[in-house]
Design a protein. Sequence first.
Length: 485
Amino acid sequence: MTSVSSGKSFHDDAAAALQNPSLQAALDKAGAGFLATRSRAFASIENAQALCEAAERVRTRAVHDMADLLLLFEQRARAQGVSVHWAETAEQARSIVLALCAGKRRIVKGKSMASEEIELNEALLQAGAEVVETDLGEYIVQLAEEIPSHIIAPAVHKTRAQIDALFRHHHGGRKTPEGRVRSSQTLVEEARRIIRKKFLRAEVGITGTNMLIAERGAALLLTNEGNGDLSAIMAERHIVLAGIERIVASEKDAAAVLRVLARSATGQSLGTYVSLYGGTGRGTDGTEKPRKDMHVVLLDNGRSAMHGGPWHDMLRCIRCGACLNHCPVYTSVGGHAYGWVYSGPMGKVLSPLLAEAGTDARLKRRVAALPHASSFCGRCVEVCPVGIPLTSLMRKLRNRHFERPQGIKGWKTRLGCLGVRLLFAHPRLYRSLLALALRLLKLAARGKGHVGRVAWLPGIGGWTKTRDLPVNRSARAAITLLDDV
């Protein structure tokens, strides 16, 4: 596993992202759409909270019984003629897939964050295979030689003008008059023409999965473009790459998760295509007949180490992306600033834990600081459809980071921590200094109305370098309250 960041830290990449006008334009446009569609999707149903609670119960049971359900899945899948492979590490998963693709040169892929996690494309390309991402967003970032910046919308950081230029570079074609950017529909049709030819020639199709259904021994795939289905059925061999936490007990449980997954991810009541893939299907005579050559690779890569411990709740994640869309940090800097394939609040927890299972020391150092890149506003917890306490998990990771040797680096950080510790140990001193700070902020704030602005303050240059600090004019009430305590 390797980092893809351009800077030495999240701070470096975030600072660069804030100064990137095209990125900011893309994030602003996409962010508003995500929030509006999700809000409408849940507002349109009366029992939204009940649906989320049902999905949370399903995922809680599934994670608790994960070992037993995985064994049941393996038994049922193999009974249908599906080959099941266990991969403890990313290296093992790559080796398994490379062996299954030996002698095959034309490979198409559906969207799979697990394949990004193990850097599967790079391994296949080095082995001499042609690998084509067939999800439109994944296809765009593949052409750009980037990783996805969002787990649902991989190319959310790209503007239409950038995509147009990218397609012209790789596909050829004449320039439009006066450099006019082509319409979204035109770009989609162009990508469809290119990718359809790849489907027709494919020897191996690789997909991820939204859920593994233990009782059926089948993999469930939810898509909007149909590319996952074409990847699964057009090639001679179908390989499913799945994290072991993707397991659920039954189709009924899967349905409970589906009711909130699309609503949280894209604002739809359900994805356009919902497919189940197993080893057998009914023929025209009604009898069970073997389907094509199918393999499921069960990826651990640090997940089992999370089970039953302080990070256990993170295994419930259904990869809907809602926490990213509502995070003020993610929506300001985008996904690439996080330095790996998982970004936003879920990435701040998942990336450090999964990186520990690998051997890339640079990546471990890079993502260890991600839990600190949070305002702790709690919006991620509010919108998580399966109730993952993301801010609590981030706080635990922060505490662990500081408890380790050399966890607090730099004399400024050490001095600041000592100062905060001193203030918290002496409430009167804390209240007095806070009251003084509020008075100074009130005097420094410029602007009329309820909220003033402070353009610069010592000690918070990281904030004021890119934006003003808002100061509520009702600070007087807070001062009065402190004086009365």
